[in-house]
Design a protein around this ligand. Sequence first.
Ligand SMILES: Nc1nc2c(c(=O)[nH]1)N[C@@H](CN(C=O)c1ccc(C(=O)N[C@@H](CCC(=O)O)C(=O)O)cc1)CN2
Ligand SMILES: [Mg+2]
Length: 287
Amino acid sequence: MTAEKLDGKAAASAIKAELAERVAALNARGRAPGLATVLVGDDPGSHSYVRGKHRDCEQVGIGSIRVDLPADTSWEELRAAIGDLNSNPECTGYIVQLPLPEHLDDNEALSLIDPSKDADGLHPVNLGRLVLGQDGPLPCTPRGIVELLRRNDVDLHGAEVCVVGRGTTVGRPLGLLLTRRSENATVTLCHTGTRDLAAHTKRADIVVAAAGRPGLLTGDMLKPGAVVLDVGITRTDAGLKGDVDESAWEVASKIAPVPGGVGPMTRAMLLSNVVDRAEYLADHPED
Ligand SMILES: Nc1nc2c(c(=O)[nH]1)N[C@@H](CN(C=O)c1ccc(C(=O)N[C@@H](CCC(=O)O)C(=O)O)cc1)CN2
Ligand SMILES: [Mg+2]
């Protein structure tokens, strides 16, 4: 068996075309959305993701604001930059690019964002809303995974899903999303403390590899015909490496690879969160 590719690039382009129409309608109503990014430091990966986010905004007609701060930014300076965006009416949503440099705490920074402008769905209030099953912005990678599966007719209802990785941007919120009544999957959340990882992955209909360990998931760890989503991105001298080993292609039925799988969906879902929020504000001007 050679697995079929779950093409995140193609799905993201289709989503962006849909969003461009919604943005044009918002602009015509005088309710233009505006996304801002806050980037601290010189990490080349983060710079490339932020560049991509601004390019995406331009493609769909969303105005964007870029706040780049040096690696030695103090906590007070970061707090001031976030405060400025909280009160800037041209910014309807924004993100703080993660990870921040060592001396700044990611979670403390996220908690300073006005939850109503949290385009990443990572503010504690919005993660709490996800726990409670209330509407709100969803973290972009988990939302992108569910959307990529939906657009490729992969049924989640009753499916056994094994998520490898318990980080706050992917694994943990993905577990919450997949176990909502609307998705109805059964989730096993594995991590570095899991005793026998293969025993869990082998039972799963769908495996999401988000551990950041290149080649971790091999074909012999999969049930034949399983659907696999690779979310681990590691930059090596030989290029980008995902968590999924080549051998998985001979066992799985579908694979979302790195690059070209979940990554482009993460970017498209950020735009979706911004447009969803701008439409809500257009319909509820009193908020
Ligand atoms: N504030 C946030 N920080 C981070 C998030 C996030 O959702 N919000 N996720 C990741 C980084 N990220 C977006 O910020 C992201 C990662 C990867 C891609 C992507 O398109 N990947 C490509 C490969 C790109 C490459 O060449 O490096 C792919 O998989 O095809 C987009 C966004 C951590 N930080
Ligand atoms: Mg830090």
